[in-house]
Design a protein around this ligand. Structure first.
Ligand code: GRF
Length: 217
């Protein structure tokens, strides 16, 4: 039996593509039931359509409030009865009600070594701060922005010549490995959320989650 998931995007959707590719290659036993974007021109919608996945656009600008948008989004998501909601570059701040509704069954990927650099422009901020390394984190979503329990991180050194673009590109290639891996763990019921913590194979993970290395499966 496959594991139904819904993916939310706002842009390019390269992480969505990684999930599609890993499912097609038989490495990830999930069914992406729908892809939802708050932007009609998100390229990820085309990626979904090419893969035969139903898509929805829900323009946040046509709602009077954040609450009204999230309520409608919830209705669309829940018609697919997903076991997991995957935020893949979904550029919206979520209401507490929405976050609580999906507590323990919604993941996000954030381009920093959380808890460092929550929010936007993470690559430039890491360079400006003189960091020696940077990375990416997959975490459970809580009501507070980029603050839920971390599951998996990958890191890379920041070179002297690094720009935000070169760093983003390096980080992206890690994103495409660790996000499908975390989704796989969740779909295999190896990963769970218990009382605000991430639990993998029965063990509560450290605050920074598991650090990726190529032997992880
Ligand atoms: C990624 O950098 C991810 O870490 C962040 O948004 C970006 C989405 O990229 N949350 P894409 O749309 O998956 O290419």
């Amino acid at each position: 039996m496959t594991f139904p998931i819904v993916v939310l995007i706002s842009g390019s959707g390269s992480n969505l593509q990684a999930l599609i590719d890993q499912s097609l290659q038989g490495n990830l036993n999930v069914e992406i039931c729908a892809v939802i974007s708050n932007k009609a021109d998100a390229f990820g919608l085309q990626r979904a359509q090419k893969a035969g996945i139903p898509t929805h656009t829900l323009d946040h600008k046509s709602f009077d409030s954040r609450e009204a948008f999230d309520e409608q989004l919830k209705l669309i998501i829940d018609q697919y009865q997903p076991r997991l909601v995957v935020l893949a570059g979904f550029m919206r701040i979520l209401t507490e009600t929405f976050a609580q509704h999906y507590e323990g069954r919604m993941l996000n990927i954030h381009p920093s070594l959380l808890p460092k650099y929550k929010g936007l422009n993470t690559h430039q901020r890491a360079i400006d701060a003189g960091e020696k390394e940077h990375g990416v984190s997959v975490h459970f979503v809580s009501a507070e922005l980029d603050a839920g329990a971390v599951i998996l991180q990958a890191s890379c050194p920041i070179e002297k010549t690094e720009t935000a673009d070169t760093l983003a590109s390096k980080i992206h290639s890690y994103e495409h490995i660790i996000y499908p891996l975390a989704v796989k763990w969740f779909s295999e019921e190896r990963l769970a959320y218990k009382q605000g913590t991430a639990v993998l194979d029965g063990k509560i993970l450290a605050e920074s989650g598991v650090m990726y290395h190529p032997d992880l499966i």
